[in-house]
Design a protein around this ligand. Sequence first.
Ligand code: ZN
Length: 212
Amino acid sequence: MNIVLLGSPGVGKGTYAKRISKIYNIPHISTGDMFREAIKNKTEIGLKAKGYMDKGELVPDDVTIKTVEERLKKDDCKNGFMLDGFPRTIAQAEALDKIIVIDKVLNFTASDEVIIDRLSGRRVCKSCGAIFHIRNIIPKTEGVCDNCGGELYQRDDDKPESVKKRLDVYREQTEPLIEYYKEKELLADIDANKPIEQVDEIIADVRKALEE
Ligand SMILES: [Zn+2]
């Protein structure tokens, strides 16, 4: 099962990916992980990517695509894979189509209200980086990290105004990609508005979409 994951920040993609990965025994491959691995293994592509990243520049498409191609040849992809963070553009999607056949594109969707509510409740530990949530992952003492006693704070990125901006940027970038996969009849919208306690229901919807 060769899957592409789409979904805005805060939609919970990481949580769903973990579950899907277990059910179908396929790896969750994010662009960031891919580059980290290629750099760690000092592959030619990895070193090239590192050059751009060290300069604070975006890794160009041809390098990213080569990295994906290299990663998908690994043994753990023989049952399939989930790509996360790639493709981001039509050009990348077309390049991917030349490398491998995609079976399904899971598009996790949630309303702005739900996402703003989720992200603006997030609190991060200043010392160890642990993540809490004022309703879902409540620290034992308000404002204090359970792990190390550090101070919890709200990242600027998670403030409602910033979240709204991030959502707008995401939509603008991803809209063409959604159309691209819709036309190919690969797109499955998954309603991710449900609270985190109902993640089982979201996973059931994913299985239905993948097994139909
Ligand atoms: Zn901490």
